[in-house]
Design a protein around this ligand. Structure first.
Ligand code: PCA
Length: 203
């Protein structure tokens, strides 16, 4: 089974992005029979979609897990929905600020993950990691990436696709909502193991 995990480069006031730190930690684990590739994503409304498409073309994953940092959160947030809209008060890393822009007028207003998000949520909660299901990914670059990931998932129905927002990691500069990196790795590892079991059942 092939898994692609994406994380973001730093943005705004941050010198690191917990999503990339977590992606690197997950890639350092050993999962039997599973290839894990990681790819960094730019915090850019205009570039992130092409970067994701290129990464998915190269890795051809069975499971795409996209990670992003959510500085205001103290839980792992499993994102259910991506919205066909870009809007922000803050510039992205290219200095761009969208004002209620539709991503693609020919595409649906919202797209949903094709993973069984509730069972993933329950398994992570049982393992004692603070977790929630979120029904909005925001309208910043994470949502832009997730929308593209779910368009790709419609083009590749075999590929399971999920976006996860992570808090800052414990020790990361700049915030009081933090989670140890090993808790993030535990949550992602549970998802990998459950999705891999499902994948083997579908074979
Ligand atoms: N978080 C931002 C974009 C990059 C990231 O890590 C977001 O939530 O949109």
């Amino acid at each position: 089974m092939k898994i692609l995990i994406t994380g973001f480069e730093p943005f705004g006031e941050y010198t690191e992005n917990s999503s990339w730190v977590a992606a690197e930690e997950v890639a350092a684990q050993k999962y039997i029979g599973i290839d894990v590739a990681i790819e960094p994503m730019p915090v850019s409304f205009r570039r992130v979609a092409a970067t994701l498409r290129d990464a998915v073309d190269r890795h051809d994953p069975d499971l795409l897990i996209m990670l992003g940092q959510s500085g205001g959160s103290d839980k792992v947030r499993l994102e259910r929905i991506a919205i066909n809209m870009m809007d922000s008060k803050n510039a992205d890393n290219d200095g761009y600020i969208p004002d209620e822009e539709t991503i693609d007028a020919k595409k649906p207003p919202a797209l949903f993950t094709n993973t069984d998000i509730k069972s993933l949520y329950k398994a992570i909660e049982e393992a004692g990691v603070p977790v929630m299901i979120s029904n909005t990914c925001g309208l910043y670059v994470c949502n832009r990436l997730y929308y593209e990931g779910l368009l790709l998932c419609n083009e590749r129905p075999e590929m399971k696709t999920l976006f996860i927002h992570l808090p800052l990691y414990e020790g990361q500069k700049g915030n009081n909502h933090t989670l140890p990196i090993h808790s993030m790795v535990k949550a992602i590892s549970i998802i990998i193991e459950k999705q891999s079991n499902d994948w083997h059942k579908r074979l």
